[in-house]
Design a binder for this molecule. Structure first.
Ligand code: G6P
Length: 489
């Protein structure tokens, strides 16, 4: 409601690569699925609240004829809160823009996970072309000349300036969902100036943490002739101001009337379905199958924990959900093979015919199945090597209304700054993570309750509507200022 008031009749257009709903054609008809994406988890509730149009790449929807001819569908199914407009990319565009420049270039460039970025001229050309196509779609959707456009993530670094060219009065809020590296690291990108110029078309540029804002401002300072006002965190470039601010993203807090199945039932279901030992200490990891998530390091820590504390062999299990992602890229395929091999080796070492310490589920799980795992778990492990924010840890906390369960969280996830009551670890330090596992496994219920209650109150208060609300409130102020200046001129 508050968001609606803040927008007071303005048109909202969201742009992201990933679509919030995937319409999949099956033998029994069309099935609608939710993709595994932190961005979608956060932005979707905001769009449901403020309606408008969401423009996305129709990647997951296998076939364009599953949606109507106008390429526009009302979503969520059965509620029709807002429009989803899909852009259909050619296989070459998808290859160059999405797999190539976005995921082999910018993704490893911005995450310190020691995977070398790849920059190909052809990918860059496709990236530019696709950004242009999305800019055209925004212009086509705009009813007046001053919509509020929410540009999401590293797939669209050029989009803000392209929109600004066509709609100079638009309010453009760009949110970068992944980390921003320091100027030296970013400087290896051959098109660093174009990327920065593109992003500075934004009215507001948001990152998860102050640290990422500082890195961005220093990068601009190094590579562009821009005026920087540190006190106000603004950048003036070619007579246009951009506010660079941190907005820690979050999740939608479950509604009071949203009942979840009892914890005991979730546990019984999970134990039965996965044939786990009855009294097992269950740890869960829920990730996309991505090399930034620290899945190998996590498994190494499980191995070390069992080595140091053999009394847990036979009664500790890590259930690792790894949702396939970007599997057309070698780096991702090789990574999943390495994870599988490591799981097999550890299981061969500590397991037997009926017990395996690592249960690797390499498939997408829908929201309810993830909730069930969270509620069944004694421990949740988030060991990203680098992560803008990470919402899995926040969802785990939201799922635990029984105030039990221990969160082990990487210090390299943005979320670590807001969640100090978790057991904070350096995922590269196997010994430390193994010790945290032990501490979690033996933590008394009273201590779990104390930590969990505090985590829950933080996430409940700093929920996703707070994230969007702060950004829109800042945008509102800037919009007003621009209108006043227009009148003066
Ligand atoms: C991260 C990115 C999102 C992306 C998600 C899933 O959270 O910041 O932009 O949607 O990963 O990745 P995918 O490539 O499957 O969309």
């Amino acid at each position: 409601q508050l968001l609606k008031t803040q927008l007071s009749g303005d048109q909202v257009i969201v742009v992201s690569n990933r679509e919030p709903y995937i319409h999949e054609k099956t033998e029994t008809g069309i099935v609608v699925k939710r993709p595994a994406s932190g961005l979608v988890t956060a932005v979707e509730p905001v769009m449901r609240a403020c309606s408008g149009t969401w423009i996305a790449h129709g990647s997951g929807s296998a076939d364009r004829d599953v949606v109507d001819a106008a390429d526009r569908v009302a979503v969520p199914p059965g509620h029709d809160d807002y429009w989803l407009r899909r852009i259909w990319l050619t296989p070459e565009e998808e290859q160059g823009y999405y797999y190539g420049f976005a995921n082999e270039g910018l993704w490893p460039l911005c995450h310190v996970a020691h995977v070398r970025p790849v920059f190909r001229e052809s990918d860059w050309q496709a990236y530019k072309e696709v950004n242009r196509r999305f800019a055209d779609a925004v212009v086509a959707e705009a009813r007046g000349d001053d919509p509020v456009v929410l540009v999401q993530d590293y797939h669209f670094a050029l989009l803000p300036a392209l929109i600004r060219e066509k709609l100079p009065r638009a309010t453009i809020l760009t949110f970068w969902h992944i980390p921003w590296p320091n100027p030296e690291s970013f400087g290896i990108c051959p098109w660093r100036r174009e990327i920065l110029q593109g992003m500075l078309g934004s009215t507001i540029l948001g990152f998860h943490t102050r640290y990422h804002c500082k890195n961005f401002i220093e990068t601009v300072d190094r590579y562009l002739e821009a005026r920087i006002e540190h006190e106000h965190s603004t950048i003036s470039y070619r007579e246009k101001d951009t506010l660079v601010e941190s907005y820690p993203i979050s999740i939608e807090w479950p509604r009071e009337d949203e009942s979840m199945p009892p914890v005991a039932q979730c546990r019984a279901n999970v134990v039965a379905r996965l044939a786990l030992p009855q009294q097992a200490c269950i740890a869960v990891g829920i990730d996309r199958f991505d090399y930034t998530k620290g899945i190998l390091e996590r498994m190494n820590a499980v191995e070390r924990f069992l080595e140091k504390h053999p009394e847990w062999v036979g009664r500790f299990v890590l259930v690792q959900v790894a949702a396939p992602t970007r599997a057309a890229l070698d780096e991702y395929r090789n990574f999943s093979l390495r994870v599988q091999e490591l799981a097999d080796r550890i299981n061969a070492r500590f397991g037997n015919g009926t017990y395996a310490p690592i249960v690797l589920l390499a498939k997408h799980h829908e929201h309810d199945a993830v909730m069930e795992l969270f509620r069944a778990a004694d421990i949740c492990l988030v060991t990203s090597l680098h992560d803008g924010m990470n919402l899995v840890c926040k969802e785990f906390v939201a799922a635990r209304d029984d105030q039990q369960g221990v969160l082990i969280l990487s210090r390299f996830a943005g979320a670590a700054r807001e969640m100090p009551e978790a057991l904070i670890v350096n995922p590269y330090h196997v010994e430390e993570t193994a010790d945290a596992l032990h501490r979690a496994a033996v933590m008394p219920p009273a201590e779990q309750r104390e930590r969990m209650a505090s985590l829950r109150s933080t996430v409940r208060e700093f929920n996703v509507f707070r994230w969007a609300g702060r950004m829109l409130a800042d945008a509102g102020r800037w919009r007003l200022r621009a209108r006043i200046e227009e009148r003066v001129r």
